[in-house]
Design a protein around this ligand. Structure first.
Ligand SMILES: Nc1ncnc2c1ncn2[C@@H]1O[C@H](COP(=O)(O)OP(=O)(O)OP(=O)(O)O)[C@@H](O)[C@H]1O
Length: 273
């Protein structure tokens, strides 16, 4: 038997215990770290995202808004950290994702209705179940266009409506939206905004929304998550509690104007820092 003398002694360092969020937390992010090309974007980043709320993510250009939601949604790998959904990992969590570029989000060879039903078929649901869920979605979205058309035969707003329907079809626990309105004209933006709010009122799905439009970010939000420049931290989280459904009148309430002004001040402070 050989004995190594003076060998280095490694202390067993137990991993830090996972710190849960406060009551009502849905997504817990702890120690999230992400580097791109050797530069930190997120370093030891912690965040609690509440359940059944809409959180709008807002911050300076390139601070990592899209990367954050993409890491939480599992589309971009993280370098370190932990992300749990009601204490579960992503693989045990049903999520939906709405992309900015709706033109590339749908399979062009499938009719719109089959695109929307696709995640249900992937889940192995029976034809009767798929038909029932599709009827529910069509009713709740009050769809006025022909879902038997191919996506490229629809307007941008109709295509984005269909991609939101597809994302919601399996009944996700969390819906991620990365600038869902930025490729739409104003009329369609208003339409989809209202649809999203209606769906939220019906389902209470937790939503994480990236928006470049501060008015829109506040209008839809229960919380506005303001980020700093990179390495990115939470600058501030503002609660916005005007009742839903929010309408054009909401835009001139004291609380809306105050929240928007405060968000802008924090944003400007962070941009100049
Ligand atoms: N795959 C990648 N390789 C290298 N750098 C990347 C990659 N993806 C993102 N980045 C960098 O990480 C930073 C954050 O990008 P991200 O798109 O998440 O920011 P954002 O806040 O959503 O940006 P914007 O406000 O411009 O939409 C940017 O500096 C970007 O250049």
């Amino acid at each position: 038997m050989s004995v190594v003398l003076n060998a280095p002694v490694f202390a067993e360092v137990p991993p830090a215990p996972f710190r849960p969020g406060p009551a009502g937390t849905h997504i817990t992010i702890r120690g999230l770290t992400k580097y791109f090309a050797g530069w930190p974007l997120y370093e030891n980043f912690d965040l609690d995202i509440p359940k059944g709320k809409i959180v709008s993510v807002f911050g300076p250009n390139g601070c990592g808004k899209s990367t954050l939601i993409n890491m939480v949604a599992g589309l971009i790998p993280i370098d370190a950290g932990q992300i749990l959904f009601d204490g579960k990992s992503l693989k045990d969590t049903k999520i939906g994702y709405v992309f900015q570029n709706y033109r590339e989000a749908m399979f062009p060879w499938m009719r719109t209705i089959d695109n929307i039903a696709y995640p249900l078929k992937l889940e192995g649901r029976s034809k009767a179940e798929v038909d029932r869920r599709m009827a529910e979605l069509v009713a709740s979205f009050d769809v006025k266009f022909d879902l038997n058309r191919f996506p490229y035969e629809l307007s941008g707003g109709q295509q984005q409506t269909a991609s939101i329907m597809r994302a919601l079809a399996p009944g996700p626990e969390v819906l991620f939206l990365d600038e869902p309105f930025s490729a739409l004209d104003f009329e369609m933006t208003l339409f989809i905004r209202e649809k999203l709010q209606e769906v939220f009122l019906q389902t209470g799905t937790t939503m994480l929304l990236v928006s470049h439009d501060l008015e829109e970010a506040v209008y839809l939000a229960d919380e506005v998550l303001l980020l700093t420049k990179r390495p990115t931290r939470v600058a501030e989280i503002l609660r916005y509690e005007d009742p839903r459904p929010r309408t054009v009148e909401t835009l001139s309430t004291d609380s809306f104007v105050r929240t928007k002004k405060l968000s802008l001040e924090i944003f400007q402070r962070e941009v100049r820092r």
